[in-house]
Design a protein around this ligand. Sequence first.
Ligand SMILES: Cc1cc2nc3c(=O)[nH]c(=O)nc-3n(C[C@H](O)[C@H](O)[C@H](O)COP(=O)(O)O)c2cc1C
Ligand code: SF4
Length: 479
Amino acid sequence: MAAEFRLAVSEVVETASFYAHFRLLEEGEAAPKATLRVCGGPACRMRGADQLHSALTGMGESSLRVEEAPCIGLCDHAPAALAGRVPVRGASLDAVRSALTGPPPNRPQPIPHDFRVWRRCVDGILSREAALAGLEASGLRGMGGAGFPAARKWRMVAALPGPRLVVVNADEGEPGTFKDRHFIETAPDRVLEGALVAAWVTDAEAIYLYLRDEYPDLHALLSERIKALPEGAPPIHLRRGAGAYVCGEESALIESLEGKRGLPRQRPPYVAEAGLFGRPTLVNNVETLYWVSRLLDEGAGLFTSRGRNGHSGLRSYSVSGRVRSPGVKIAPNGLTIAELIDEYCDGMEDGHHLVAYLPGGASGGFLPAHIRPPLAFGAIEEHGGFIGSAAVVVFSQADDLRQIARDLARFFAHESCGQCTPCRLGTVRAADIMERPAWDLARLDDLAHVMREASICGLGQAAPNVWQSLIRHFPEFAS
Ligand SMILES: Cc1cc2nc3c(=O)[nH]c(=O)nc-3n(C[C@H](O)[C@H](O)[C@H](O)COP(=O)(O)O)c2cc1C
Ligand code: SF4
């Protein structure tokens, strides 16, 4: 490959060794027939993922490689696994075996959509300014985690000299998040339409959709739907990730799209100014684009007439863990944890009561049952966490929060790209301290301070939320 692409061998090796889904084989070593990836996310662990991993390893099949994988986005069907390229919901030894040999499982057909919003744009019925004003009136914010106002970002990109590009972020790696899977699975045309409208408003010449490699079924579905796009649509290039959480961070994602290691860039310039191939690039999350399509179709009232506890709009919550009905809940923005569990998840599982929850996946930190702020952007920070992509993982008296925190700290240590010292060393040192019988709280605090202040990207800045929130709200688990 190095010779073919005129690269140094080291450049090929550093890229190949960066991603979890690439494997460097020794000369003469045979590739495994299939890799079995058992999800090690919090929801899967509480439902027996470790036992499944041991059972699969115990099969003694040398042609199969068994690995623990970071969250694979099937938390509402825990425990989950990937058998080769087949997602296995409610995974057991038998289910994984039959996934390897049997036909792929039937999935519900997505709801087709006629791209009427995009057609109204190109037919001159909906002007660029009217589209932007519509989004502004709705108050739509980016659903990838940071909550940046969508229309403001579109205006910024549109004002820069072309040619411009649009990138759809479908990397969805935050443990506990599976909403993008839901939107692509159930309404792929809405997501694609949102991207077409974004490209039209910003006058972008192409769209790149970066989909995590853990979603092979969605890759097939999107390839089909992209082929069926209406005539005149700009090209949508579907690209696969290769198993790296950090590639969800937009500048790392751009690097990855360019074929390199997913190292977040030092800013400025921001990707809006110099993104993919050095061009101004608009990056939006799958869910943001889904709402673009619906809001410009149904009007800003879809958001302004809804909301709860002083917050407006609708949003998705990916709910997993100890609730009766886990899943993606499309519900008013700003619900409290009690409202979300009681009104949308049929309550707690029998015999379990709420002890703690992650409001925003691993990065968002733990909250105790009695602290119930609105689950909305900016409302959780005073308690030491954030909502991010609203990956709500619910824990009960049956769960060992200390062990869960250790697993999450290990996750960040594993996923750190290693580019900056505070995060590369801080995540590993914190995870090591948390393995010990007694935690050195002063050292954990010190590491958290340095990581927050001096890490390049959000991974290193947010990772300390795991231990800092446990120390703050659950001192009995963190000593
Ligand atoms: C470590 C890290 C991981 C991220 N992962 C994702 C992700 O998987 N999906 C996503 O849309 N945004 C993710 N983001 C946020 C993106 O950097 C970016 O803000 C987002 O894609 C912008 O789209 P939006 O404005 O529609 O939210 C991540 C950020 C960080 C720091
Ligand atoms: S904070 Fe961590 S993930 Fe982000 S650039 Fe630094 S080392 Fe990489």
